[in-house]
Design a protein around this ligand. Structure first.
Ligand code: NAD
Length: 281
C-alpha cells in the first residue's frame, strides 16, 4: 500500500484550520531567512503560504549577506519577548559567517517550533514531552500511526544520523518500543541490516540507495530523501518502482513525508500558541 502523505497532511491542516477559526487570538510564526539558497527561499515561501492559509500571523524576516550575528541575536531576543509570536524558525543554513548553533540556543525553548533547541532535543531523547518535536520525524510518526503500523518489538532501521531526521526518528521509534538500528555513511554492509528490517526509514539524500534486492517481503519503507534530478524530477533514497512490489507499505517521493513536515510545523506553531496562552484562547 502506498502511504498517502498528502491526504494525512491535509487532514492535519483541516483540523488546525477549524481550531484557529474558533479562536479569537491567532497563532504567530516568525521565520528568519538569512541565506541565498534557492531551496531555502522555496521552503520559506511555502511556510508563509501555509501560515496565511490557516489564518496565522506570519512574519518573514529576509536578510542579505550584510546581516551580522549581533543583529540576529537582537532579533531573537525581540521575538522571544513578543507575545504575538509563538514559534520562531531559523531557516537552515545561515550565511557562512553566522553561527547557527548560537542562534538556535538563544530561542526560547517554548517558541522553538522546529524542536532543535538542546532542551527539546534532550527532552525527546529522555522520553519526556518536548515543547515541540522536530517536524519531519513527528510527521513520520503520524504517518505510521495513520496507517496503524505496529512498532512495538519490530526491527526498525534508520539510515542517516542527522540531528533533524535520523537521530530524532531513532529516539521516537525507540520510545514506541521498536528495536532500532541507526545506520550511516560509515556503516559496513548496509544490506545485512536492511534485510533484517521490518521498518526502514531512509534519510540520506542518496538516490536509489535502497533497491529491491536489499529488502525483505512486507517491509514498511519510509523514504525521507528528496533529490532533484537533472530533468527536474524529484526522487527519494528508495528505488520506489521496484521496492513497492515487495513492501507492505511505502511512502512515495514526492507526496509522502514532505507534506507531513510542513503540516507538523503548522501543528507545532498551534501547540506552542496553546502552551504560551495556557489553553486560554
Ligand atoms: P544530511 O544530509 O545531514 O545527512 C545525510 C545522512 O545520511 C548522514 O548521516 C550520512 O551518514 C547518511 N548517509 C549518506 N550516504 C549514506 C550511505 N550511502 N549509506 C548510509 N548512510 C548514508 O541528512 P538530512 O538533513 O537528514 O537529509 C537527508 C535527506 O532527507 C535529504 O535528501 C533531504 O533533502 C531530505 N529531507 C527531507 C525532508 C522532508 O520533509 N521530506 C526533511 C529533511 C530532510
Amino acid at each position: 500500500m502506498i502511504i498517502d502523505g498528502k491526504k494525512v497532511a491535509f487532514s492535519v491542516l483541516e483540523e488546525l484550520k477549524d481550531k484557529v477559526k474558533k479562536s479569537v487570538k491567532k497563532p504567530g510564526l516568525a521565520v528568519i531567512l538569512a541565506n541565498d539558497d534557492y531551496s531555502s527561499k522555496i521552503y520559506v515561501a511555502s511556510k508563509e503560504k501555509h501560515s496565511v492559509a490557516l489564518g496565522y500571523k506570519s512574519c518573514i524576516y529576509r536578510f542579505d549577506s550584510s546581516i551580522t550575528q549581533g543583529k540576529l541575536i537582537e532579533l531573537i531576543h525581540e521575538l522571544n519577548e513578543n507575545p504575538d509570536i509563538n514559534g520562531i524558525l531559523v531557516q537552515s543554513p545561515l550565511y557562512p559567517h553566522l553561527d547557527e548553533n548560537e542562534i538556535i540556543e538563544l530561542i526560547n525553548p517554548k517558541k522553538d517550533v522546529d524542536g532543535f533547541h538542546p532542551v527539546n532535543v534532550g527532552k525527546l531523547f529522555a522520553g519526556l514531552n518536548p515543547y515541540a518535536i522536530c517536524c519531519t520525524p513527528k510527521g513520520i510518526m503520524k504517518l505510521l500511526k495513520a496507517y496503524d503500523i505496529e512498532l512495538e518489538g519490530k526491527n526498525a532501521l534508520v539510515i542517516g544520523r542527522s540531528n533533524i531526521v535520523g537521530k530524532p526518528i531513532a529516539s521516537l521509534l525507540t520510545n514506541e518500543n521498536a528495536t532500532v538500528t541507526l545506520a550511516h555513511s560509515k556503516t559496513k554492509n548496509l544490506k545485512e541490516h536492511t534485510k533484517k528490517a521490518d521498518i526502514i526509514v531512509s534519510a540520506t539524500g542518496h538516490p536509489r540507495l535502497i533497491t529491491a534486492d536489499m529488502v525483505k517481503k512486507d517491509v514498511v519503507v519510509v523514504d525521507v530523501g528528496i533529490i532533484r534530478q537533472f530533468d527536474g524530477r524529484l526522487v527519494g533514497d528508495v528505488d520506489f518502482e521496484k521496492v513497492k512490489n515487495i513492501a507492505s507499505y511505502i511512502t512515495p517521493v514526492p507526496g509522502g513525508v514532505g507534506p507531513m513536515t510542513i503540516a507538523c510545523l503548522m501543528e507545532n506553531t498551534y501547540e506552542l500558541f496553546l502552551l504560551q496562552n495556557k489553553g486560554q484562547i
